[in-house]
Ligand binder design. Structure first.
Ligand SMILES: [Zn+2]
Length: 368
């Protein structure tokens, strides 16, 4: 708590303790109650004003902070007068926090006052000291915040996100006693330690909204890719469990005698295939699976895999036209869509499906 380092002279101007006559000749009155003051200039580091005959009132304790606010206001007015009050760029971090992704983007824009600041020199402690119209089309209020320690200055002032006007704060550490003896030193302190920070600026330029949309789009992409990866890994595990294809010239391997049942709902499926089920809507559902290899295989084609989508549980109205050509080509005779690429199909379906399952037995999907 600082003591009364400045008071008002007969003309109502601020006078610092180091700039007046000693004792009762200082000619100053209390900024709270108007009583005459004496200038105490005794011990080196504790110069201050006191009421005559030590008639201090509890309410007058607020005088020192009132004087500090007034000093700051006069300092800011002087900055405006010489054109040195330049507002910093407004910055806001937009974040998207999901189950899989935590994305951030920082947006910023410039905003400067148009025309004059309207000052309120006698504003109450938590009221704004000035208002202006910004070139971003909104009004701004300027608050003053003095803090006791440097660390509390690091905390950003709380802004109200729903507010339609902007809010700017000049914040500064309370000057040490030795810097409060004369105006020049006190102003020096404000110049060194004071800073303008934004508490809030409404999104009048739409930049925050645009950033939110970009993050949402990135989130959807990451999520879609993740689903594709999960499916691809599942398929790879299933394929690895399937019998190896001969790698060299020669007749195709004979069908394994203990081959598991053939599923009629998945025409031409490979032995031991894993089926992935995608339900898109009430009518449309698909099975994704590996096709049985046909024709001779040699070392050039042995690693190639062909996939299909079959309408499930059987062909539905318009199934052959239901998927975009980029996903695959309908083979109406076989009753399947032959895929151009596995990942394209998975990406397409993952984004649209509301139910997805994987199983070696398509009967598990009945009723889904
Ligand atoms: Zn007083």
């Amino acid at each position: 708590m600082i003591r009364l380092f400045a008071a008002l002279d007969a003309l109502g101007a601020m006078r610092f303790i180091g700039e007046v006559e000693r004792g009762g000749d200082c000619g100053c009155v209390c900024p709270e109650c108007g009583s005459p003051l004496v200038a105490r200039q005794g011990s080196a580091y504790d110069w201050h004003f006191a009421h005559e005959a030590a008639h201090e009132r509890p309410g007058c304790d607020a005088g020192a902070l009132r004087m500090l606010r007034r000093l700051i206001i006069e300092h800011l007015q002087e900055q405006v007068r010489v054109g040195a009050l330049v507002l910093p760029a407004y910055r806001e971090t937009v974040a998207l926090q999901g189950s899989l992704v935590h994305l951030r983007e920082q947006v910023q824009w410039g905003a400067q006052p148009m025309g004059e600041w309207q000052w309120r020199v006698d504003a109450e402690q938590d009221g704004p000291v000035a208002r202006a119209r910004l070139d971003t089309g909104v009004d701004v209020r300027l608050d003053v915040r003095t803090v006791e320690t440097a660390s509390s200055q690091d905390l950003p002032p709380a802004g109200d996100q729903g507010d339609t006007s902007a809010r700017l704060v000049f914040q500064c550490r309370v000057p040490p006693v030795q810097a409060l003896r004369e105006r020049a030193q006190a102003v020096q302190h404000l110049q060194t330690h004071g800073e303008l920070v934004w508490a809030h600026h409404p999104d009048t330029l739409g930049l925050v909204q645009a950033a939110r949309q970009r993050l949402a789009e990135r989130g959807r992409k990451i999520y879609g890719n993740w689903l594709s990866m999960v499916d691809a890994q599942r398929q790879a595990v299933a394929d690895a469990a399937a019998p190896a294809v001969p790698l060299f010239y020669g007749p195709a391997a004979p069908a394994s005698p203990e081959r598991a049942g053939v599923h009629a709902c998945a025409p031409l499926h490979a032995a031991n295939a894993t089926f992935t089920f995608y339900r898109l809507n009430d009518q449309e559902a698909w099975l994704l699976y590996l096709l049985e290899r046909v024709g001779p295989s040699d070392w050039r084609t042995a690693q190639q895999k062909f996939y299909a989508l079959a309408p499930f549980p059987g062909p539905f109205e318009g199934w052959s036209q239901a998927l975009p050509p980029a996903v695959g080509q309908a083979d109406e005779a076989a009753g399947i869509v032959r895929l151009h690429g596995f990942l394209d199909a998975v990406t397409y379906l993952s984004r649209r499906a509301h139910t997805t399952r994987s199983s070696r037995n398509p009967a598990d999907f009945d009723g889904l």
